[in-house]
Design a protein around this ligand. Structure first.
Ligand SMILES: N[C@@H](CCC(=O)N[C@@H](CS)C(=O)NCC(=O)O)C(=O)O
Length: 209
């Protein structure tokens, strides 16, 4: 059994999507990041970085419980444990990790900062808005180029790279990014959205579609 500590956010949603795809048994514990619950001592004991998502897998390596933080690491851990949604073919595996890390280190942080400076920052900082909004849109075009060349991010098969990327494309409006320059991302987004695991994960977290 897996305990999932999460909230309806772009990084959190990745994990229940994969758990639903795997048909895994999990319990959802809502950590309200808007109320600061991610900074409580109880949550910091799970993740000293004070963020969601976190999982505790009670059937970890050697049959022992294991706590895993960082959404990309959680996806890799679960995919490797089940031997699914992570390519075995060496080339596809490299592509999978490339796009997983592109999301984690590029697209995700740029979307986050774009949204922050556009919508949440206590003061308007034009240079920051210009920098992060431009970068978010550029990352979207890079993603579009990959999805013009391949059906899925790793190549021929749906993988954890697609699951990782879905969260911020799902919440692209926060970053003020759309599909106007990214028709291939739109095609891919509609295909991913049609998978039953997506609707199930969104419903499980009590999020809006
Ligand atoms: N690199 C981390 C980022 C996690 C993250 O930023 N989570 C957000 C929600 S999407 C959060 O916990 N925000 C609350 C905070 O930063 O205090 C991951 O991929 O898991």
């Amino acid at each position: 059994m897996i305990d999932l500590y999460a909230f309806p956010t772009p990084n959190s949603i990745k994990v229940p999507i994969l758990l639903e795809e795997l048909g895994a048994d999990y319990t959802y514990h809502a950590v309200n990041v808007r109320a600061g619950e991610q900074k409580t001592p109880a949550h910091l004991a799970l993740n000293p970085n004070g963020k969601v998502p976190v999982i505790v897998d009670h059937d970890g390596p050697g049959g022992h419980p294991i706590t895993v933080v960082e959404s990309g690491a959680i996806l890799i851990y679960l995919a490797e444990k089940h031997g699914r949604f992570i390519p075995a073919d060496p080339v596809a595996r490299v592509r999978c990790f490339e796009w997983l890390l592109f999301q984690a280190s590029g697209l995700g942080p740029m979307f986050r900062q774009s949204g922050y400076f556009l919508k949440l920052a206590p003061e308007k900082v034009p240079a920051a808005i210009e920098r992060f909004h431009t970068e978010a849109k550029r990352n979207m075009r890079v993603l579009d180029g990959r999805l013009a060349a391949a059906e899925w991010l790793a190549g021929d098969d749906y993988s954890i790279a697609d699951i990782a990327t879905y969260g911020w494309i799902w919440r692209r409006a926060f970053a003020d990014v759309d599909f106007s320059e990214a028709p291939n991302v739109e095609r891919w987004f509609n295909a991913v959205s049609a998978r039953p695991a997506i609707g199930n994960a969104i419903a499980r977290l009590g999020a809006s579609a």
